[in-house]
Design a protein around this ligand. Structure first.
Ligand SMILES: C[S@@+](CC[C@H](N)C(=O)[O-])C[C@H]1O[C@@H](n2cnc3c(N)ncnc32)[C@H](O)[C@@H]1O
Length: 233
């Protein structure tokens, strides 16, 4: 591969694909698929069928992820991708969920490949992130008038002050927030299963927890994002 395209594919709706992404898919010869047989993998396959049916796809079996050994996992995954980059001719692409700039490892992966002495160029094509999908669904301005907002994870939420946009919350960090805040919560945004709840956190906290648990049970997976907005500021 002499060119790698990191293509942001949006957060769930096949129509999130930008024209730039569609054009990038058209000039792709080989698409590397990293994930298992989950919901995002299904969207990727549908996008390939619609926009890059000519491309070869190479499925890479993600190495098992051992807690606390992220570096080793990264290296092993890098080894597998390196082989593809060395062996395949033409333009390669990764279909990146949402936008490559938010909680995503593809740019780091490609930078790592470059330190291994492979010579290729790469381009990043932005996509609609879950943050944008959440804001649109609730008709929100994330930054209000000139205000900052912290993009953070459930695990680091306690360290944020001011408004916070929370992604990657495996364990319902909003349940432990005691400040007076409004929450704008969205799960499976931009998909047919989209769920939206908003209100004063103390009023809707239980409803969100219940809805989240039921939906996870029903669908077997959960993707949610939320904005916490301080009241009175
Ligand atoms: C590994 S991060 C990837 C984020 C992605 N790069 C983006 O720009 O949206 C995965 C997290 O994104 C959020 N997310 C992604 N898609 C979502 C969706 N359709 N609905 C709700 N949250 C979503 C969730 O917080 C999930 O835990």
């Amino acid at each position: 591969v002499d060119l790698i395209l990191l293509i942001g594919i949006g957060a769930g709706d096949p129509d999130h694909l930008t024209l730039q992404a569609v054009k990038a898919l058209r000039r792709t010869d080989v698409i590397v698929l990293l994930d298992k047989d989950d919901e995002p993998a299904r969207l990727r396959r549908a996008l390939i069928a619609d926009h890059a049916p000519h491309a070869r796809t190479i499925q890479i079996e993600d190495p098992p992820r051992v807690r606390g050994q992220v570096e080793q996992w990264r290296r092993q995954r890098g080894d597998l991708v390196e082989r593809v980059v060395r062996e395949e001719p033409g333009t390669g692409a990764f279909l990146v969920w949402g936008d490559p700039s938010l909680y995503d490892g593809h740019i780091a992966l490609v930078e790592d490949l470059q330190t291994r002495g492979l010579s290729f160029d790469y381009e990043v094509i932005p996509g609609i992130s879950a943050a944008s999908a959440l804001a649109a669904a609730h008709k929100l301005t994330l930054t209000r008038t000139g205000q900052p907002v912290t993009i953070t994870t459930g695990r680091k939420l306690a360290e944020a002050d001011g408004d916070a946009l929370v992604m990657l919350d495996g364990d319902q960090a909003f349940e432990r927030v005691t400040d007076d805040v409004e929450i704008f919560w969205g799960a499976y945004l931009s998909t047919p299963h989209e769920l939206l709840i908003s209100g004063r956190l103390e009023d809707v906290r239980k409803e969100i927890s219940r809805t989240r648990a039921q939906a996870r049970e029903q669908h077997g997976w959960m993707f949610d994002t939320y904005l916490l907005r301080r009241c009175g500021s």
